[in-house]
Structure formats: C-alpha cells, structure tokens
Design a protein around this ligand. Structure first.
Ligand SMILES: Cc1cc2nc3c(=O)[nH]c(=O)nc-3n(C[C@H](O)[C@H](O)[C@H](O)COP(=O)(O)OP(=O)(O)OC[C@H]3O[C@@H](n4cnc5c(N)ncnc54)[C@H](O)[C@@H]3O)c2cc1C
Length: 184
C-alpha cells in the first residue's frame, strides 16, 4: 500500500503519511492537529505503547482498516513530535562573531521536504564565505546570512502553505491540485 514513493492519506484535518526507509523499513507518520503541549502534557502516555496505539486508533475510528493497521502493527515505540516553525522570513540584526544555520536559523514544518537540504547548503555557503573573507569574519558572516535568509524565505512559505493544504477541511483536494500543477 505504501508503494515506492510517499503515501498521503488525509481527511478531517488529520491523516497518515508514510514512505519506505532504508533497511526494508516503513516510516509512518500519524498527523493530528492538537494543542501545542499535547505531546508533552496531553492525555496520551507515549511510554506505554499499547495505550498510545489504542488512543491514536480511537482518533481514526471509521478509517479504512489497512490504514489503521499502520498504527496497530507498527514495531517499536511511538514518538510524539510537535511540529514547530519560525515565522516566514525570520531574520535578525547581525551580532558580531555569531551566526546560525539549519533549523536554528529557519525552522519550518517538514512539508516542503527542504530542512535537511537547507542545513547542508547553509554549511557549505558559510564555509565558502569564511574562505572568501579570510581576514574579515564579519564580512563573511554578513555575506553568508544574506544568502541564507534569501534562500530560506520562499521555502518556509512553501512549507507553511503545504502544511495548510494537507490538513484543511477539504483535504486531500489541495494536495491533489498541487501535484496536478507539477505535471503542467
Ligand atoms: C518528521 C520530519 C520529516 C522531515 N523530512 C525532511 C525531508 O524529507 N527532507 C528534508 O530536507 N528535511 C526534512 N526534515 C527536516 C530536517 O530533519 C531538519 O531540517 C534537519 O535535521 C535540520 O538539521 P540541523 O542540523 O539544522 O538540526 P538538527 O538535525 O536538529 O541537529 C541539531 C543537533 O544539535 C543537537 N543539540 C541541540 N542542543 C544542543 C546542545 N546544547 N549541545 C549540543 N548539541 C545540541 C541536537 O541534539 C541535534 O543533534 C524533516 C523533519 C521532520 C521532523
């Protein structure tokens, strides 16, 4: 059912996302809209895997059994991961001698699939800027930050928009429209 790409099963502002991983594993995400402190202070005790599975299955009452089995038959513990994001276009005044890269600079939801890519290119650009301005650290950091802010902003916007369409009331229509747009 998961196939060789990525499975999205979305409805009622929640759903399943799944893909193959290395080592013949399936990686399953179960997505719910919850209060911000739900993972740490919510009603589900994630240290009790059986209880956590039962509680999550209750959230998917009436969903197809093949999808519910992605929870019921999952191996290992379930991990609750709140999704945080910095504001789109987040930036700061230069602070001498200090900079940020990767998620620390531009945390976004995973719905553009770019966070790790950005972290790696940030590191490459920072190294290149330091080499190019070997005697002027401030010039190096300013050049790096300018490039990094410009690159991250549209991807943060894309990620926020994709998150919105995946969990809006008419999902998966927005995602279907998005994928149809890629074919044009
Ligand atoms: C569910 C999910 C799916 C994702 N899918 C994708 C995808 O498909 N494609 C993609 O490109 N990105 C994806 N991402 C995003 C990607 O994982 C992150 O953007 C990326 O890991 C950021 O790298 P980073 O090095 O900036 O931060 P991190 O990977 O968070 O690394 C920071 C490290 O610093 C350590 N640390 C923190 N505080 C301290 C401290 N005080 N002292 C020492 N160490 C410390 C942490 O333990 C951590 O190891 C996904 C993220 C999530 C949550």
């Amino acid at each position: 059912m998961v196939g060789s790409g990525m499975l999205f099963a979305l409805s009622d502002e929640k759903g399943f996302l799944a893909h193959r991983d290395t080592g013949a594993l399936l990686h399953i995400y179960v997505a719910l809209k919850t209060p911000a402190d739900w993972a740490s202070a919510g009603p589900i005790d994630f240290t009790d895997t059986a209880e956590a599975k039962a509680a999550l299955l209750a959230s998917f009452d009436g969903w197809d059994e093949t999808l519910r089995e992605l929870i019921a038959r999952a191996d290992g513990p379930l991990v609750a991961r709140p999704i945080h994001a910095l504001p789109i276009g987040h930036r700061w005044e230069r602070t001498p001698g200090v900079t940020l890269l990767g998620d620390a600079a531009h945390l976004m939801s995973p719905f553009a699939g770019e966070g790790a890519n950005l972290a790696m290119i940030d590191g490459t650009d920072l190294a290149a800027a330091i080499l190019a301005h070997a005697r002027d650290t401030e010039a190096a950091l300013a050049a790096y930050e300018k490039q990094m802010f410009t690159r991250a902003e549209p991807l943060a916007a894309e990620s926020a928009a994709n998150l919105e369409i995946c969990f809006r009331a008419d999902a998966p229509q927005g995602l279907v429209d998005l994928f149809a747009g890629y074919r044009r």
